[in-house]
Ligand binder design. Structure first.
Ligand code: NAP
Ligand code: F7E
Length: 348
């Protein structure tokens, strides 16, 4: 039987990679997106070119629905009849969640409830449900963090994800649903949102080299994160739903780096000293910080056979190269331009 996957958050970073993966496996994929005043489908436009959605038998289509709108979720479930539901939609920015706490909780915590409840009420007991849980749930719990580590969230985002984690487990326990959590540590890519720290840095470097920006303003440079590649992590997401039983899994690289390390590595690729270009400002500090995240993904390795393929150095290079390419620059051209910049930045 052809598998049918519903992906919420399909226009986001992970949604776009997951859609590619499932289409390559022969799935029929339906994405949902909410209405925006200006269409922002750039991460999946290549999929629209490959799959003509005017064809009734198309493998890929996107429908308007919203995690804050139960009726829209019920409608798409009823009409599409998925065999797997991947709930990736969220207000996913931790810092912004301090400013938009109520809507973050609505989308990230009540949203998954609406979806799980709609699946349950539709009597679709065989549907497999994936919840995008997060290492932010561990918050202030010291590293390394595994499935056994207590949650100590530090932000409205973290609290919302803890609620969704337990709602997913509750539907598994109370109603026997196949509902699983992936507890994913930070994962990045050239498609990462522009205001997450890794992408902000690589995009800014490309702007500095292109002469469009002088300095980057950043907040806490001491935060430690376990950064992996989104393309690897969607493979983990898929494997979680193919497992013989519903369960909760940490997906992580098991390597931890500071924001300073990321700066050192990416500026270093162009032989630049990051300290010449970065201003630390309180503007980007959060009311509470998660100091250190380092995942122990032993369970996923053993039960799912999952492991990351892209390491820290490759991730830094991939993201920087992509942002430079968007400015029409190869790495060698950017290095040549960077040489001219260096004396100017140092005031020589
Ligand atoms: P992302 O790029 O921000 O994508 C999230 C998507 O959710 C966006 O496309 C967004 O649509 C959509 N969305 C937001 N509110 C919605 C609503 N009310 N109804 C329908 N869609 C809505 O995030 P990501 O990095 O791909 O992450 C995917 C999921 O994994 C998220 O749940 C995130 O919290 C979680 N997670 C991410 C990481 C990570 O490091 N990337 C780690 C752990 C967990 P708009 O484009 O319209 O805003
Ligand atoms: O921050 C520090 C910031 O916003 C990383 C989301 O995908 O991963 C992500 O959440 C660190 C933090 O990611 C800036 O304070 C310094 O300590 O890139 P980020 P995040 O908060 O770790 C988790 C697992 C998720 O689930 C989330 O959805 O970098 N930092 N200066 C900065 N961060 C930002 N954004 N901007 C700065 O200027």
């Amino acid at each position: 039987m052809t598998k049918r996957a519903l992906i919420t958050g399909v226009v986001g970073q992970d949604g776009s990679y997951l859609a590619e993966l499932l289409l390559s496996k022969g799935y029929i994929v339906r994405g949902i997106t909410r209405r925006a005043s200006y269409p922002h489908t750039q991460r999946i436009d290549h999929l629209f070119k490959q799959h003509d959605d005017r064809d009734p038998a198309t493998q890929f289509r996107v429908t308007y629905a919203d995690l804050t709108d139960s009726s829209s979720l019920g409608n798409v479930l009823q009409e599409f009849e998925p065999t797997e539901v991947y709930n990736l939609a969220a207000q996913s920015h931790v810092g912004i969640s301090f400013e938009t706490g109520e809507s973050t909780l609505d989308i990230n915590a009540i949203g998954p409830f609406r979806l799980l409840d709609s699946i349950r009420r539709a009597g679709a007991k065989d549907v497999r449900y994936y919840q995008a849980s997060s290492s932010e749930m561990f918050g202030a719990s010291p590293p390394p963090q595994s499935e056994a580590t207590p949650f100590l969230p530090q932000s409205p985002y973290g609290v919302s994800k803890v609620a969704a984690f337990y709602l997913t487990r509750m539907h598994r326990i109370a109603y026997g649903m196949f509902a699983s959590n992936g507890i994913l540590f930070n994962h990045e890519s050239p498609r990462r949102g522009l205001n997450f720290v890794t992408r902000k840095i690589t995009l800014s470097i490309s702007q500095i080299v292109a002469g469009e920006l002088d300095r980057i303003q950043l907040g806490n440079l001491d935060a430690k994160r376990d950064w992996g590649f989104s393309g690897d992590y969607v493979e983990g997401i898929w494997r979680i739903l193919q497992h013989s039983e519903p369960d909760d899994f940490v997906i992580a690289t098991g390597e931890m780096h500071t924001v300073r390390d990321f700066l050192g590595k990416t500026f270093g690729i162009l032989d630049l000293d990051w300290e010449d270009f970065v201003t630390q400002t309180d503007r980007f500090l959060r009311p509470a910080e998660v100091p250190a995240l380092l995942g122990d993904a032993t369970k996923a390795r053993k039960l799912l056979g999952w492991k990351p393929t892209v390491g820290f150095d490759e991730l830094c290079r991939m993201m920087l190269e992509s942002d430079l390419a968007a400015k029409g620059l190869t790495l060698d051209q950017a290095k040549a331009k960077a040489k001219l910049l260096k004396p100017r930045r140092r005031g020589a």
